[in-house]
Design a binder for this molecule. Structure first.
Ligand SMILES: NC(=O)c1ccc[n+]([C@@H]2O[C@H](COP(=O)([O-])OP(=O)(O)OC[C@H]3O[C@@H](n4cnc5c(N)ncnc54)[C@H](OP(=O)(O)O)[C@@H]3O)[C@@H](O)[C@H]2O)c1
Length: 304
């Protein structure tokens, strides 16, 4: 089991920290001595998760703050509050996400929900926080992608799936966008000589609410998904490891991609994985970045 090295004195921000991989990441980072900001869209759920973590480790330094990735005003307010606090951010985990709502749904800003939540919200929060991140010593931004990214394509002619919505296709596009974003940020850091590690990780197939949420939309049921019953899968303790490794290991590399080593990358110990063919086009990453900048009005802050 990967052991997070000492994080005393470090500040970590984890998006989607009330559940699944984000909650486990918060537990392990706080266990290693970090102060963790649990960025959640529902503060009640966030406080319940924080209380559960505090029950396990009363010394954990955990703070819940509201961040709705599917609402760019909320993303900006969250980032601006941190900027006002003026405390360097050592680790940003771009983790929160939704998968395959059965019907096409929109964010508060009118973007397709998965594109907005999984990718655009993280694009904005990262760029907005960049000045603060760059004041930390050896900071890292780790963005959570998925094995689904290999089935994705950035459909520039219908990025919001307006013409045709296929739930898993839009999910795959959003997770490919995450991977392209992590790589593009790493290239930018390199070009501009920023002391910043940007990389990506995926958790294989990890048993979390992600798979069950869509089954239970509009129902008061607790069905469990067929994927996690039939395919090789793992618990959150193992599933979070590539993410923690990417963010905290002294051996982690900027621009790299980490995931489980087992069959089809679904479970197993953490290893460096090859980005899928769909993610090996820097020109696509650049085009996506430009599009995100146009859609959100956010780009690298002046002076960096
Ligand atoms: N589990 C897997 O096998 C797997 C595989 C590949 C990739 N991933 C990725 O791993 C990440 C974490 O997912 P998980 O498996 O841990 O699932 P999860 O337990 O459902 O956690 C997802 C988290 O994202 C939060 N979230 C959703 N929409 C949000 C929004 N608009 N603003 C802020 N937070 C939001 C959720 O909050 P609520 O509780 O309020 O909904 C929850 O805390 C996701 O990016 C997912 O795509 C997971």
């Amino acid at each position: 089991m990967y052991r997070v090295p000492n994080q005393e004195g470090k500040l970590c921000v984890v998006t989607g920290a009330n559940s699944g991989l984000g909650k486990e990441a918060a537990r392990r980072l706080a266990g290693a001595g970090a102060s963790v900001i649990m960025a959640v869209r529902n503060v009640d759920k966030g406080e319940a998760a924080r209380d559960a973590l505090l029950a396990l480790n009363p010394d954990a330094r955990l703070e819940v703050r509201r961040l709705d990735l599917a609402n760019l005003s909320s993303v900006r307010a969250f980032a601006d509050q941190l900027i006002a606090d003026d405390h360097p951010i050592d680790i940003l985990l771009n983790n929160g996400g939704v998968m395959a709502p059965p019907q096409r749904a929109l964010s508060a800003d009118g973007f397709e929900l998965q594109f907005a939540t999984n990718f655009l919200g993280h694009y904005v929060v990262t760029l907005r926080l960049l000045p603060l991140i760059l004041t930390a010593a050896g900071p890292s931004v780790t963005t959570v992608s998925s094995v689904a990214a290999q089935f994705g394509r950035i459909r520039f002619n219908d990025i919001q799936s307006e013409r045709h919505y296929i739930a898993y296709r839009s999910y795959a596009q959003s997770k490919l966008a995450d991977l392209l974003f992590a790589q593009q940020l790493a290239r930018l850091a390199n070009q501009r000589n920023w002391d910043l590690m940007s990389n990506a990780a995926h958790p294989g197939l990890t048993r979390t609410n992600l798979f069950n949420a869509r089954l239970n939309v509009g129902r008061d049921t607790h069905k469990t998904s067929i994927q996690t019953r039939l395919a090789p899968s793992q618990g959150v303790e193992q599933g979070v490891e590539p993410i923690l490794y990417a963010a905290t290991s002294p051996d982690a590399i900027s621009g790299a991609y980490y995931g489980p080593r087992g069959l089809f990358g679904l479970a197993g110990v953490t290893t460096l994985v090859k980005a899928p063919r769909s993610a090996r086009h820097p020109e696509t990453a650049e085009r996506l970045w430009k599009l995100a900048a146009e859609l959100s009005g956010e780009n690298v802050p002046a002076g960096l």
